[in-house]
Design a protein around this ligand. Structure first.
Ligand SMILES: [Zn+2]
Ligand SMILES: [Zn+2]
Length: 178
């Protein structure tokens, strides 16, 4: 969405609060990481303040998401959020590429691409269905969150393969001697 900041630029207001949503899909906006789906629009809330020497923008953005759990593969849901603070300047006043600024064009400020980009970088490196997800059993593939498959116990009872080799050797020697 484009924010109209002309009143702010003209000095008619000192603070411009805003709250809106960025609908997902079909846009040229940055996409979430592979496998992750946004299940809500991006909620944006913030304000631009005239400090007397500059315009300063502060905002928070958040969206709901769903993705397969990194450990067990079941659906994991969460909220991703980010915080942005930057100065605002009119086009021509600063370099367009200057990352310290949001650049307004003819009194309008389009934050969507910057907000979406920042949000997409804010996903946790590991997405889990719950804290301490137990994952799947490497032996039988059962989801351990749904109950103990018993493989861990059997594993412990089994003799270490190195000892098995030694046992076999001793048995063979006994056979030869006997
Ligand atoms: Zn999980
Ligand atoms: Zn198992």
């Amino acid at each position: 969405m484009k924010l109209d900041i002309t009143a702010l630029l003209a000095g008619k207001v000192r603070v411009l609060p805003f709250r809106y949503e960025i609908a997902g899909g079909g846009d040229d906006l940055p996409m979430p990481p592979a496998g992750v789906t946004l299940t809500s629009p991006i909620r944006v809330e913030g304000k631009i303040s005239d400090s007397g020497t500059c315009l300063y923008l502060v905002l928070d953005a958040a969206a709901d998401y769903e993705a397969p759990c990194d450990r067990c593969g079941e659906a994991a849901r969460g909220v991703v959020s980010c915080h942005l603070e930057r100065m605002v300047a009119e086009a021509g006043a600063v370099d367009d590429e200057d990352e310290d600024y949001f650049v307004a064009c003819e009194g309008e400020l389009d934050l969507d691409a910057d907000v979406a980009e920042e949000l997409m970088l804010s996903f946790p490196s590991q997405i889990l269905c719950r804290e301490g997800c137990l994952g799947v059993c490497p032996v039988c593939g059962q989801n351990r969150n749904k109950g103990d498959c018993g493989c861990a116990g059997k594993e412990a009872e089994r003799v270490d393969p190195r000892w098995q080799a030694l046992e076999r050797l001793l048995r063979e020697q006994n056979d030869e001697n006997g």
